[in-house]
Design a protein around this ligand. Structure first.
Ligand code: IMP
Length: 177
């Protein structure tokens, strides 16, 4: 079994989620937003973030997959698309972590085809060193180093999503860098 080492505590996450919520409330004051949750990894972050929002709010969900174990396959599959009509709406895409940016790139292109009024991205974690597509979240919780992370919704082969903090993973037999 791999070992885990916490890099962001539950308290630090709550503080960041409150800060992000306040920024979004301020920037969209007087408007309503459609918040989109990118499943599966974002479900916990999304649930916490939207409860910080005091704006008129609609939510919807989509599911994308690009990782197998700890590696991005580079091939993005959108497995489930939203139900909402996004035309003319202020859309906020909520993602757990941006690494290569390939997943968001595919999702953003597809969303833009639906003619939203505005489209912004809120990511809890930004692993900038891994970037292959030009994606810069409008709202970022934490810049993180290039380690594989789990917890607070992020998984390794479906496990560890329920850990309250964010942890880096040490594979069996390896040292923590
Ligand atoms: P990207 O397309 O490389 O930017 O990866 C985006 C998706 O890959 C995220 O939504 C996550 O689901 C997954 N992912 C990227 N890095 C990690 C990680 O460190 N731990 C768990 N999942 C990750």
């Amino acid at each position: 079994m791999e070992e885990l080492s916490e890099v962001i505590s539950p308290g630090e996450i709550s503080e960041a989620v409150r800060r992000l919520g306040a920024e979004i409330n301020r920037d969209y004051a007087g408007r309503g937003i459609l918040a989109l949750c990118v499943l599966n990894g974002s479900f916990i972050f999304f649930s916490d973030l939207i409860r910080e929002l005091t704006l008129p709010l609609e939510v919807d969900f989509l599911r994308a997959r690009s990782y197998s174990s700890t590696e991005s396959s580079g091939e993005v599959k959108v497995e489930c698309w939203l139900k909402a009509d996004i035309e003319g709406k202020d859309v906020l895409l909520v993602e757990d972590i941006v690494d290569t940016g390939l997943t968001l790139n595919v999702i953003i292109q597809r969303l833009m085809a639906g003619n939203p009024k505005t489209l912004k991205v809120c990511a809890l974690l930004d692993k900038r060193a891994g970037r292959k597509a030009e994606i810069n979240p409008d709202y970022t919780g934490f810049l993180v180093d290039d380690h594989f992370l789990v917890g607070y919704g992020l998984d390794l082969d479906g496990r560890h999503r329920n850990i309250r903090g964010v942890c880096k993973v040490r594979p069996p037999g390896a040292e923590f860098p």
